[in-house]
Design a protein around this ligand. Structure first.
Ligand SMILES: *[C@@H]1O[C@H](CO)[C@@H](O)[C@H](O)[C@H]1NC(C)=O
Ligand SMILES: *[C@@H]1O[C@H](CO)[C@@H](O)[C@H](O)[C@H]1NC(C)=O
Ligand SMILES: *[C@@H]1O[C@H](CO)[C@@H](O)[C@H](O)[C@H]1NC(C)=O
Length: 970
């Protein structure tokens, strides 16, 4: 039987595995936003490609397998992925790719095999890649290319073979010659010594050829091999000399680079037919400005040139005559990376009437002087002085370039920006002053820059924003003040910025923020970055600083120094109805009130990562306002559990990131309540592999909606060697199984044996039954006798005000005077030091009767009510007749109506009325009273219904007697 059960269970398990919908991949992560289309399988230290992609759905379109340890791609490795368009296998230590490795990947467009160790390629590696357009093999060890390597990749457009060990250009040409769509061929940094090639030619489609960084000595003998090439990069072939160009047709070239070669530029122009307009003069060893004048004599063909690039030469200065002979430059004049120490109002550009842009980056310029009164105006619209050593910019430094729209002064040492420095730049749209040493902004620094849209002042040393510094910048949309030392923004410091959309104040020293500061742009601001300031709230605030920012989309408050914002005041996010993204990482928030996020109804993304402050307490309903939240990141927060009260409201949540927390158990109900969830990351959580997580394991293996990241790598907290997905859950069923077994066995046994016994032993059983009944009644009787031996006959419950009556009348009449009842009085018999409630309980239960001396005072006393409660509990719930009421004064029924338990007792039980002094013959009536009371006390507290009849009778008598006595009295 056991065996067959096992077989059955194996069968069921087998079925389960077969039917289960595990959604989660061993080594890959599916992009959260694309349904099973894009996968990243990086840093898995996996060796076998089949194990990496084995469980991916065939629908995949993009797969990235980076930084693994795959050295070999076997044949047909990706045959299932007939829809795949992009495959990247960068940095995998690949050594061998078998023929037909990419078989049937007819849709593949991009294949990246860079940074591996491939030294040889099989000729059928790229078989079947009919639609491949981009192939990168850079940073490998290829020495050779098989001739028919590209026979089935007719669409190949770009081939990158940079940084390999190719040394024979012929071999390359033979291999690529059939690629009729090839446009770009990058052979940079190989070991080619010549571009000679025999018996085959470069494809006619090829227009861009990079052979920089090789060992070229000569080009080719055939003079026309480059006739279709437009872009030719021959730079960094350190042995290449002018003679190599003899007889080479370069007439079609539109861009030629020969920096870092032995080519002598003036000799070169004597032997070549290239148009100088298209030559990049970078790194040609030029030092003397007169060389430029000479160079320009070679621009024979045209009066115009688009660009003139003189980077990486050694010019110290350019006099104003430098470009006199040169054609009109219509694009960029680039003199970056030279040794210029000064530029003197760009006088060398004088006469350039069409120039658009000038780059003077990476030089040694120290100051920009005043250019007020220059006779010429330059039409430049872009001007860049990045990476110089500029310390000061004098006023009117740009008076000669009034049309500039983009000005880059960033990455210098500007400490002094004269207050009129930017005067006249009325067309300026983008101004970069970031990474300088500015400490102060003058009130006229930005005066008149009425077209400015972007102002970047990041990484300076500005400490205070004074009133009205930006007041002319009515068109500014982006203001970057990040990385300064701003501790204070004066009132009106940001006035005038009426179109501001993005404000970056991150990395400053702000301690407070105020809605007034944001008032000028409260209707336009979309991005506010306050990361890494010193904002903290020690007390509640009255108005949220963000209350009027009705368009704010992104708010960053992460990492306030030194310990995080720690506390969010009540109503802090009030009014932010448009907010989409809220960043609160590194905040050490220890408590989230339930209404913190209530106004953020538009929020789509919230991150509280690294808010680790020991343990975070999320109040129930903390997230209830986030109706549109799609992504929630709570990594490294010390979360101990997920509760429905906190997470249950996130109906639109798609991605939940919970890595590095401390919960050992996750309630499946919470996961099920997140109806839109499609991505769950619970890596690095000490999941417990115990029955507590039985349901979770079951859920992870049977859910088809939520991708569980690296499901098969999740480990058990108890033992790092075991995995969560397959921890042994049998133990969880063992108890149940045993229980079921015994119950079933018992039922079967009884249903077989009893009829048998009944049939065989009917009379014996009947006899036995009677014997048992007799024994049982005997035991029952004994039990009751025990109970009769109570410590006291009656517990007297009375109010302090009636004590005189109890001591003077009741005690003598019941304890003395011939009758020896044993009474319990609390002042006399209660154990001292014992809890009063315990005393009452033991008194009520240790006495056969509870006698209540009822007066108005009694009814109001709370002790007594407890006593009555107890006694009446015994009466009603234990069905024991223990309660006896003695009314010391006449209390009309309507007064009793509020004591309805008492009324219930009176309706049911006997009660005695003390004949007071109002009676005509009190002595006689009292004698009768004591007689009745003694009789009532003598009746046992037997089970009520057993002799209910007797009781009723006696109560009738007592009442009758009492009525009689009352009648007698009157
Ligand atoms: C696949 O990758 C390409 C290139 O990275 C990207 O443009 C495209 O959107 C991706 N496709 C999907 C479906 O994610
Ligand atoms: C290339 O891709 C197109 C568009 O998806 C497809 O129709 C065509 O069949 C593919 N070419 C080959 C040879 O498979
Ligand atoms: C994605 O693929 C997995 C595994 O093949 C499957 O379980 C899941 O249902 C698919 N998800 C979607 C959204 O199609």
């Amino acid at each position: 039987m056991a065996d067959s059960t096992r077989h059955l269970s194996i069968l069921t398990v087998g079925l389960l595995i077969h039917l289960s919908h595990q959604y989660g991949f061993k080594n890959c992560i599916g992009d959260q936003y694309s349904n099973n289309l894009t996968f990243t399988c990086s840093q898995r230290a996996e060796k076998l490609i089949s194990l990496i992609v084995g469980d991916l759905p065939a629908s995949a379109i993009n797969i990235t397998i980076g930084n693994n340890n795959v050295s070999h791609i076997p044949t047909e490795s990706f045959i299932r992925f007939f829809k795949l368009e992009n495959l990247s296998m960068d940095s995998n230590n690949l050594k061998f790719i078998d023929g037909l490795a990419f078989r049937r990947m007819h849709q593949l467009r991009t294949l990246i095999l860079s940074s591996n160790r491939l030294s040889k390629l099989n000729c059928s590696v790229f078989q079947d890649l009919y639609n491949l357009t981009y192939l990168s093999l850079k940073h490998n060890l290829l020495e050779d290319l098989p001739q028919s390597l590209f026979t089935s990749t007719p669409q190949l457009n770009t081939l990158i073979l940079r940084n390999n060990s190719l040394h024979n250009f012929s071999v390359v040409v033979r291999s690529v010659s059939s690629l009729s769509q090839l446009k770009t061929l990058d052979l940079g940094f190989n070991f080619l010594t010549s571009l000679t090639h025999l018996n085959s030619s470069l494809p006619k489609s090829l227009t861009e050829l990079f052979v920089c960084g090789n060992k070229l000595l000569s080009l080719a003998c055939a003079d026309s091999f480059l006739t279709n090439i437009r872009l030719l990069d021959l730079s960094k072939n350190v042995e290449l000399s002018t003679t190599a160009f003899k007889g080479v047709d370069l007439a079609q070239i539109r861009y030629l680079q020969m920096g870092s070669t032995k080519v002598k530029i003036f000799e070169f122009f004597k032997v070549t037919n290239v148009d100088a307009t298209y030559v990049d003069f970078s790194d040609m060893g030029l030092t003397d400005p007169s060389q430029i004048i000479k160079l320009c004599t070679f621009f024979r063909k045209s009066k115009h040139t688009t660009h003139m690039t003189l980077k990486l030469n050694r010019f110290n200065m350019l006099p104003n005559t430098s470009l006199t002979n040169c054609p009109q430059i219509t694009g960029t004049f680039d003199i970056s990376s030279n040794n210029l120490k000064q530029v003197k109002c760009l006088e060398f550009l004088e006469g350039q009437k069409h120039i658009k842009s000038s780059k003077i980056e990476h030089n040694h310029i120290k100051r920009l002087l005043s250019c007020k009164g220059t006779k010429y105006k330059l039409p430049l619209t872009e001007l860049s002085f990045r990476y110089n050593r500029i310390l000061s910019v004098k006023s009117d430094a740009f008076a000669h370039t009034p049309n500039v729209t983009i000005l880059n002064l960033n990455i210098n040492s500007i400490a002094s920006l004269h207050f009129g420095a930017l005067r006249g730049l009325t067309k300026l749209q983008i101004l970069r002053l970031d990474n300088n040493l500015l400490t102060e902004l003058w009130d006229s620094t930005f005066e008149g820059l009425s077209s400015l849209e972007t102002l970047n002042l990041r990484n300076n040393r500005i400490a205070v924003i004074f009133y009205g510094r930006f007041q002319d910048l009515g068109r500014l949309t982006i203001l970057d003040l990040g990385g300064n030392k701003i501790s204070h923004i004066y009132e009106g410091g940001l006035r005038g910025l009426k179109r501001l959309r993005n404000l970056y104040l991150d990395g400053n020293n702000l301690k407070q923020i105020d809605s007034i500061e944001f008032a000028p742009f409260q209707n336009t601001l979309e991005v506010l970055d306050l990361l890494k300031n010193r904002i903290r709230f020690t007390h509640e605030i009255f108005v949220s600083p963000f209350v009027n920012l009705s368009r704010l989309r992104d708010l960053k408050l992460d990492g306030q120094q030194p310990f995080g914002i720690t506390r969010l005041p009540h109503g802090f996010f009030r009014g932010l109805h448009s907010l989409r993204n809220l960043y609160l990482t590194n905040s050490r928030i220890d408590h989230l009130a339930s209404d913190t996020f209530d106004d953020l109804t538009g929020l789509a993304y919230l991150t509280l990562d690294n808010s680790c402050n020991g343990l975070v307490h999320l109040e129930r309903g903390s997230f209830k306002g986030l109706r549109n939240l799609k992504r929630l990141s709570l990594q490294n927060m010390g979360l101990q559990n997920l509760s429905k009260e906190v997470f249950g409201h996130l109906a639109k949540l798609q991605g939940l990131y919970l890595t590095h927390n401390v919960m050992q158990h996750i309630d499946v109900e919470v996961l099920n309540s997140l109806s839109s969830l499609s991505y769950l990351d619970i890596r690095k959580i000490p999941l417990s592999c115990t029955c507590q997580n039985l349901e979770l394991q079951n859920w992870t293996l049977n859910n088809y909606k939520v991708q569980l990241i690296y499901l098969h790598s999740l480990r058990c907290k108890e033992s790092i060697g075991n995995f969560f997905f397959n921890f042994d859950t049998k133990v969880c069923f063992v108890d149940l199984e045993k229980y079921m077994f015994f119950v079933t066995a018992a039922v079967i046994f009884v249903s077989i044996v009893v009829p048998l016994l009944h049939f065989k032993l009917y009379w014996k059983m009947k006899y036995g039954y009677y014997v048992f009944r007799a024994w049982f009644s005997e035991q029952w009787r004994k039990l009751r006798e025990d109970e009769e031996n109570c410590e006291y006959d009656a517990f007297i419950s009375y109010n302090f005000n009636n004590e005189a009556w109890v001591l003077e009348q009741l005690l003598p009449n019941l304890e003395g005077n011939g009758s020896s009842f044993k009474l319990c009085l609390h002042h006399r018999d209660f154990a001292p030091g014992r809890n009063i409630v315990d005393n009452i309980v033991s008194a009520v239960y240790g006495s056969r009767k509870t006698l209540c001396v009822v007066s108005r005072n009694f009814l109001q006393s709370e002790w007594c009510s407890l006593e009555i409660q107890l006694a009446s509990y015994r009466l009603f719930d234990e069905h024991r007749d223990v309660l006896l009421l003695v009314f010391l004064e006449h209390i009309p029924e309507r007064e009793l109506s509020s004591y309805h338990r008492m009324r219930k007792v009176m309706l049911r039980k006997t009660y005695l009325q003390w004949p007071g002094s109002e009676c005509t013959d009190p002595a006689m009536a009292q004698l009768l009273f004591w007689k009745q009371l003694r009789r009532a006390l003598r009746t046992g507290s037997r089970m009520e219904d057993e002799d209910a009849a007797g009781e009723k009778k006696s109560s009738g008598t007592a009442e009758g007697d009492q009525t009689d006595s009352a009648r007698a009295n009157s």
